[in-house]
Design a protein around this ligand. Structure first.
Ligand code: ACO
Length: 707
């Protein structure tokens, strides 16, 4: 991304409004009016073929008639006319286009959109939109949009895929008391997209937090890489779920992925903080834009009422930062300001006796104590106290503490006086909310951000850097796939699938095809008893239903009898079935059943899934996803993500399962689906049996569906 080119587009020094109008209510009228009303210091050039003046400013028939340079042209003429206008902009040397006009890919006119982008590219212009509201920037006094209001000034930057929502958020920002420096509408993202904007905002001096409303990314993987590298917190509200949903899915993994779980995983991997709804987006933006990350999990709560303290403690547990008792020396230090009837444990309860001097002293003491990583201060408006006194005491305590690397969130519960004090606190850099659980949720956002980015994370940091395994045989895997394709198939047989898995070092149960009874015996003798025999036929998918599976065969006689029985039942089940032979497989000892799966997600590409087998996947849908590839360490953390994780850790007296071996298998699998991403659509190893620690795991069945 070229920072300077985007600067020209997003911080223009001159704006031409093509389609500027004198007719009140028209979008071309609003755009000019907004630039005038916001006291935009740059040059504004209204373009209109019929008018000499637009709202008092000299107008020009075309950008080519404008005497000065033009950084940005807003295209507010019907879509069909935008190509010709773009040509003129290119010839004029305009740097960037804000295409407000609708009528492109969103209504099936992708051709027009492509032509628009191609024309802009020919002249080296970047393009925001089409189908957008425009851009707003408080620090540049620039409202190049048809949204009538600039947002409340602040430090966040909002990127929205919905134009209407963006306009609504400008007004809501005043009511919610959450400030934004910039708001950018991205619409169809024909050229400039989320990734470009995050990269640019990450370098923007006025932005401390990037807030996004996203319906879908265009190049999910690129966004992930940019987001992961960003130095500023990103908070996202994602709407909708992935389109390739359950119905079209040919595998367990595909069905599970249809619930937006891939987005959840991808955004988590990218270190993006999530918001659960619009209110939560505002609340989390406020905290992330004003406060530092919470570099540890010791949250202290100070209140003047037991009830709100308990509500906050409940919320802390709900949002992943359960309270711990304050250490003895901190309790002793707080005791000097807390009456005997109050508590110093955590939450610290100053009781109704607590006034501004107690808030000042306890907030300062807590912030300065090394055990505390973050602070939530609660105040119930009582007759004894003026909320403004409490607010100034909190602010003074923060300033006097000299602590700048620990976050603080505040909640005042009360009436109009409390509201005024809360507004003052926000204006002074302290995120303040009307309910204790919201304050805790906001500080949890700072904790999540820190945890995802390894800032004071609990325990050892996870190595997420993936180093490819060298002992894999991609050529062998590709040869197997090519052979299957040569016979016109878009799937691999169980034996072929297992060979591909084995080529990547996954521990598959050895399986070979026997075409005769003798061959079956020979294979069994080589592998060692006991063995399993399974029918191999492209026309029989459910082998057990066809009487096509015999297990625990312990001798040559067993194998011969099983071979004959399988063929007989398969023929009876489906007389015209094409029978390739019988698979002979080492019989794996029983173990904990898990499933490894993969899909090629339309947004994020190859993605792995992990879950426990049986009812855990069928009924509980207890699975977790990661965008591939993932390191073995990362895979180990992934195993702990599912609700059934204790079963692997060794629940109810069972020996812990070999999670190290399983994690390596998962990591190797992630490499396999990356390397073969151009070939594999979906795959799974199901079941994989996991044994006690030190005894590894075994892939018992596998399948691969080609793209
Ligand atoms: N150069 C300059 N001006 C021109 C040109 C040209 N080549 N051709 C026409 N004009 C003038 C017109 O004469 C007119 O001026 P006037 O009011 O003096 O007559 C003006 O440009 C606008 O042209 P119209 O044909 O009147 O178009 P109109 O204003 O009705 O619609 C618009 C144009 C707004 C771009 C419309 O086509 C459109 O796309 N609307 C939807 C936009 C939108 O909502 N985008 C955001 C989506 S997000 C959300 O939903 C909030």
């Amino acid at each position: 991304m070229d920072f300077e080119v985007l600067n020209g587009l997003l911080r223009p020094k001159s704006v031409a409004v093509i389609g500027a109008s004198n007719t009140p209510g028209k979008i071309g009228y609003l755009a000019v009016k907004n630039l005038i009303d916001c006291n935009y210091p740059g040059r504004v050039y209204p373009i209109n073929p019929k008018e000499a003046k637009i709202q008092g400013l000299p107008a020009y028939p075309s950008v080519l008639d404008v005497p000065g340079e033009i950084d940005v042209a807003m295209l507010i003429v019907p879509a069909a006319r935008t190509i010709a206008v773009t040509e003129e902009c290119g010839r004029k040397g305009v740097k960037g286009l804000i295409v407000v006009a609708s009528g492109y890919s969103e209504i099936g006119r992708k051709d027009l959109e492509d032509e628009l982008v191609a024309t802009a590219r020919r002249y080296g212009m970047r393009l925001l939109g089409p189908n957008i509201v425009g851009i707003m920037c408080n620090s540049d006094k620039c409202n190049a949009s048809f949204g009538p209001f600039m947002p409340l000034p602040g430090k966040a930057a909002m990127i929205s895929q919905s134009g209407a929502l963006l306009i609504a958020m400008t007004v809501a920002s005043y009511v919610r008391n959450v400030g934004f420096d910039k708001m950018i509408s991205v619409g169809n993202m024909a050229d400039v997209n989320f990734g470009d904007l995050v990269e640019w905002l990450d370098q923007d001096a006025q932005t401390t937090c990037i807030t996004i409303y996203v319906e879908g990314f265009q190049n999910g993987r690129r966004f992930l890489e940019i987001a992961r590298r960003a130095h500023k917190p990103i908070v996202a509200l994602k709407s909708g779920v992935s389109a390739h949903g359950a119905a079209a899915a040919a595998s367990h993994t595909g069905a599970m992925a249809g619930k937006g779980k891939v987005y959840d995983a991808a955004l988590q991997q990218a270190g993006v903080v999530r918001a659960s709804d619009l209110n939560n987006l505002f609340d989390r933006t406020l905290a992330l834009s004003l406060q530092p990350p919470m570099a540890g999990s010791n949250l202290m709560i100070i209140s003047n009422g037991g009830g709100v303290g308990v509500l906050a403690a409940d919320a802390a547990e709900r949002y992943g930062i359960p309270l711990r008792f304050a250490p003895d020396d901190l309790q002793a230090a707080l005791r000097a300001y807390v009456p005997e009837i109050g508590s110093v444990k955590n939450p610290a309860d100053l009781t109704g006796m607590g006034g501004w001097p107690e808030y000042l002293a306890t907030v300062k003491t807590a912030l300065q104590h090394p055990w505390v990583h973050g602070l939530v201060v609660l105040f119930c408006e009582t007759q004894r106290n003026d909320p403004m006194d409490i607010a100034s005491a909190i602010k003074r305590a923060v300033d006097e503490s000299g602590v700048t690397d620990k976050p603080i969130a505040v909640s005042f519960i009360g009436g109009a006086e409390a509201e005024r004090a809360m507004k003052w606190l926000v204006e002074n850099g302290l995120p303040t909310y009307g309910a204790p659980d919201i304050a805790v949720n906001a500080i949890a956002a700072l904790h999540e951000y820190a945890q995802m980015h390894g800032i004071g994370r609990d325990g050892e940091p996870v190595t997420e850097e993936f180093t490819p395994y060298c002992d894999v045989d991609a050529d062998a895997a590709r040869a197997i796939i090519a052979q299957a394709r040569a016979t016109g198939r878009v799937y691999l047989s169980e034996i072929e699938s297992k060979k591909v898995f084995a080529a990547y070092g996954l521990p598959v149960a050895v399986t070979e095809l026997a075409k005769t009874e003798d061959e079956a015996v020979q294979l069994a003798e080589t592998m060692g008893y006991p063995v399993v025999l399974k029918i191999m036929s492209p026309d029989i998918l459910h082998k057990s239903d066809a009487g096509g599976v015999k297990i625990n065969l312990r001798s040559a006689e067993d194998v011969r009898a099983a071979y004959r029985a399988i063929l007989a039942s398969a023929r009876a089940y489906k007389p015209d079935a094409r029978i390739e032979g019988v698979a002979v497989q080492q019989m794996a000892p029983s173990g904990t059943e898990v499933i490894l799966g993969s899909i090629n997600d339309p947004t994020f590409g190859p993605t792995v899934m992990f879950g426990l087998g049986g009812i855990f996947i069928e009924i509980l849908k207890d699975v977790t996803f990661r965008v591939a590839p993932i390191s073995a360490e990362h895979a180990l953390a992934m195993l702990a993500d599912i609700q059934g994780a204790p079963l692997l850790a060794g629940a109810r007296g069972e020996a812990p399962r070999d999670r190290i071996a399983l994690a390596e298998a998962l990591s190797r699998y992630s490499q396999m689906i990356m390397d073969l991403g151009d070939e594999i659509a979906e795959s799974d190893a199901n079941p994989v049996l996991v044994y006690a620690e030190g005894h590894g795991s075994k892939v018992v069945d596998a399948r691969i569906i080609l793209r």
